[in-house]
Ligand binder design. Structure first.
Ligand code: NAD
Length: 419
């Protein structure tokens, strides 16, 4: 298992050196503010007690309350959570929203537990977190293997711990809730929608015709499936998909909407009719214009990045950290454009911010309003990153870091350090 937090630190150092980040501010931003690790017991369906390790890392809250997802996965451990929390700080800064960065999760394999066990695991973790989360302090959201239902359980547990008169004022303790429970319309597709807006802007920049484009997607969960479905109306053709059940391909095209139905019924992409099963290497060698990694970290490395076909023109990072530093260098050599994670997948946190605002104001926005505002935030972030890439003559990941770090540097210089 590669140490993804080491990658974050090296990305940070590279950008900080290049922009000449103030050394004091560099020290502050190079470590998370708070790290909470909770070992908690849960009663299983057969009466046994099992212990679980839950994490919440709060990287920085200078720009606003800590904000970031919760992941339920066997690979969750403190360094991964630190990395994901740090990326959240940069992400909010790039798209100019008043949030800090955090991330959390439980080390577990949800496929091994019944729904009622998952509900008890989630609720007990939320209860144990106690005042470490809060609507104006630290606001969780969904990530890998968590969804609107998970958020509804956390909301209900959190509200149950408050005095009755305070409960309606705390709906914004989590985002990504079901719409019936105070969620925002458009939050389910928001990350994928942001990825697609980013690709649209890139295509404009490059005078690239999306109506003749081909793409392939790794991960067909929330981010991957929505990205795949939302690119379809542009006329682009999905030609290969990989998830934890395997990889499938059809050069004549795969319908992402039909594939979503198949995944809902069968739990994965394997066996989708009209497609051929391929192995991981063949998947990464797919001949297509756009690759959207939307699963886990460290997918494009020294070993795998050389496999990318000469036809690939851009990597749109739906996932967090899918490319390591070697992968970045090889993309650069190959002349493949990169839409870095902290810009490209920021749509989720943007619409989480909209949900949070709607809850605070007791408002309910329609989809046009949400999508229109999301589009402006993503396009604004894209333009800032492009400007920094030009000004500092750096790759787009470093440019995205520079945008984030410069915003935080300005803020810290104004506020100063107490005492
Ligand atoms: P998800 O649980 O909905 O989907 C994860 C997908 O990854 C599934 O299709 C799963 O089959 C696939 N996968 C798991 N292991 C795999 C493997 N070894 N090879 C190939 N595919 C594999 O999760 P998600 O919310 O879509 O998150 C995916 C990525 O996007 C993560 O990196 C997450 O941090 C990032 N992200 C998510 C959001 C969000 O709003 N959900 C926002 C920003 C970034």
């Amino acid at each position: 298992m590669r140490n993804v937090y080491g990658t974050v630190i090296r990305q940070f150092d590279r950008a900080a050196d290049r922009m000449g980040l103030d050394p004091s501010i560099r020290k502050i931003l190079s470590v998370p503010m708070n790290e909470v690790v909770i070992n908690f017991p849960v009663k299983m369906d057969d009466g046994r007690i099992e212990m679980f390790a839950g994490y919440r890392v709060q990287h920085n809250d200078a720009l606003g309350p800590f904000k970031g997802g919760l992941r339920f996965h066997p690979a969750v451990e403190i360094n991964e959570v630190r990395a994901l929390a740090t990326w959240m700080t940069w992400k909010s800064a790039i798209v100019d929203i008043p949030f800090g960065g955090a991330k959390g999760g439980i080390q577990c394999d949800p496929s091994l537990y019944s729904e009622s066990e998952m509900q008890r695991i989630t609720r007990r973790f939320a209860f144990s977190l106690g005042a470490n989360i809060g609507p104006e302090y630290d606001i969780p959201a969904p990530d890998v293997n968590t969804n609107a239902q998970t958020m509804a359980w956390i909301l209900d547990t959190y509200l149950s711990t408050l005095p009755p008169g305070d409960r309606h004022r705390a709906l914004h303790v989590v985002t990504g809730k079901p719409v019936e429970a105070g969620g925002s319309i458009g939050r389910d597709k928001a990350t994928g929608q942001g990825v697609v807006y980013c690709i649209e802007r890139w295509a404009q920049d490059r005078s690239f015709d999306l109506s003749n484009a081909t793409y392939f997607v790794q991960g067909f969960g929330n981010v991957g499936s929505w990205t795949a479905r939302l690119l379809k109306p542009y006329g682009s053709k999905l030609v290969a998909v990989e998830d934890h059940t395997g990889a499938i391909a059809n050069p004549a095209g795969i319908d992402p909407d039909e594939l979503s139905v198949h995944v809902a019924q069968h739990g994965g992409v394997a066996g989708f009719s009209g497609t051929e099963a391929i192995d991981h290497e063949a998947f990464l060698r797919t001949q297509a214009d756009i690759f959207v990694p939307a699963a886990l970290e460290n997918q494009l490395t020294a070993e795998t990045t050389p496999w990318l076909d000469v036809k690939v023109k851009v990597i749109a990072e739906g996932a967090n950290g899918p490319t390591d530093l070697d992968g970045d260098a090889i993309l650069d050599e190959k002349g493949i454009d990169l839409l870095p994670d902290i810009l490209c997948n920021a749509g989720g946190v943007v619409v989480s911010y909209f949900e949070w605002l709607q809850n605070k104001r007791s408002e309910f926005w329609d989809l046009d309003e949400v999508d229109g505002k999301l589009r402006r935030r993503i396009m604004g972030g894209y333009d800032r990153v492009r400007a920094a890439a030009d000004e500092f003559d750096v790759d787009w990941r470093t440019a995205a870091y520079i945008v984030a770090l410069a915003r935080l540097e300005r803020l810290y210089k104004r506020r100063g350090i107490f005492p």
